[in-house]
Design a protein around this ligand. Sequence first.
Ligand code: NI
Length: 164
Amino acid sequence: MDILTLGNDLLHEKATPVDNIKKDSARWIKISQEMFNAVAQGNGVGLAGPQIGLMQRIFVVNIEGDVPRVFINPSIIETSQETSKYEEGCLSVPGIWANVVRPKTVKVQAWNEKGRAFTIEASGLLARVILHEYDHLEGVLFIDRLSEPKRKKMLDKINKQAKK
Ligand code: NI
């Protein structure tokens, strides 16, 4: 499974909702399994559809100490006013890490790969990864959440790496 990297326009496009998850569950089970494999291979913690050129609203999260989770058609119901800052990376922006400010907690409603609806209230790393992956469905990368000077500095760094 090839992961798209910065420079690919699909990473800046909005993904579309999935229809009939239950009816196509065999497909979504297979896709989510492949996405978990790609996460493991890249030593990541999550992956969203657009990162593999799948422009549909699905992402997977697999962080240590938690069960692997699939989110299809997620909606963010609530985020905390309180924020936290933490260093993030992304399989689509290899070699770059930066501190990103995000809400500390998030409440999300979604469906899993079998078409079962669920709601989760997350905090800590799980909340952060959910918000990062959700951003991918909106065509937003973590570097887009940095201040303009910082973002520019990161892009310069990426361009320099690409020239090597
Ligand atoms: Ni990412």
